[in-house]
Design a protein around this ligand. Structure first.
Ligand code: CTP
Ligand code: MG
Length: 235
């Protein structure tokens, strides 16, 4: 079974603040996207990486990838992305050659995921799960609220789900290719998580242990943490 990785990297990174598209921002001198591509290419099972670039940034992303060495066993493709993450993933899937049976979808914004996490996701798909998500228990208690219409107003609490049953999901999420393609053809509401589309099909989705270093670079403080992790790895 051959495995390809689709890396959505087309977002602007509004929550990170003004600047280049998030995936092109540097972490210790190297673009976040390059760290993310290397993290997936580190798995011996991954033989193709499809990078979904900012809509007008495909040539720039292509030359970045040409300039940063990947393992010989790894090919890459660059396609322009769309308005939503979901649309970007779909455009990446559309570009996949026929001979791949397992697809990983990995946020460029999770540049530091360890290869052991990538391999654990692939193994669970190989073992027969149509969809696999890496996830961690939550540190914070979570409350469901009635969102305020005016930002900053107090928000009524509706419920407190039992924390021990909750997981914070990460990427790479791994899929049987046909299942993910069917999900993208069937599910029309916008989602922030690929596996939830497979859940909506009624297919089985399983969780495997995630990793703290697979956190998503979302806000400015996350850049500080990412650079500290890289420095600890001496990269
Ligand atoms: N993404 C994408 N296409 C979009 C929106 C997001 O490929 N239209 C990608 C991002 O590049 C990122 C991943 O989806 O790698 C996760 O999204 P997120 O962390 O929300 O990134 P952004 O959407 O760029 O950030 P923000 O929501 O703060 O603008
Ligand atoms: Mg976003």
């Amino acid at each position: 079974l051959r495995t390809a990785a689709v890396i959505p990297a087309a977002g602007r990174g509004v929550r990170l603040g003004p600047g280049a598209p998030k995936a092109l921002r540097a972490l210790n001198g190297t673009p976040m996207l390059i760290h993310a591509v290397r993290a997936l290419a580190a798995s011996r099972a991954v033989s193709l990486v499809v990078v979904v670039a900012p809509p007008d940034g495909a040539p720039e992303v292509k030359s970045l990838l040409d300039a940063h060495a990947l393992p010989d066993r790894t090919d890459f493709l660059v396609v322009p992305g769309g308005e939503s993450r979901q649309e970007s993933v779909k455009l990446g899937l559309d570009a996949l050659p026929p001979d791949y049976d397992i697809v990983l979808v990995h946020d460029a914004a999770r540049p530091l995921v360890p290869v052991d996490t990538v391999d654990a996701v692939i193994q669970a798909v190989r073992d027969g799960a149509p969809a696999v998500v890496p996830a961690l228990p939550l540190a914070d208690t979570v409350k469901e609220v009635e969102p305020a219409t005016t930002p900053g107003d107090p928000e009524p609490v509706l419920a407190t789900p039992e924390r021990a049953r909750l997981r914070a999901v990460q990427t790479p999420q791994g899929f049987d290719r046909q299942t993910l393609v069917r999900a993208h053809e069937t599910v029309t509401d916008n989602v922030t998580d690929d596996a939830s589309m497979v859940e909506q099909l009624g297919e089985r989705v399983v969780v495997v242990p995630g990793h703290e270093e697979a956190f998503k670079v979302t806000r400015p403080l996350d850049l500080v943490l990412a650079e500290a992790v890289l420095a600890r790895r001496r990269l």
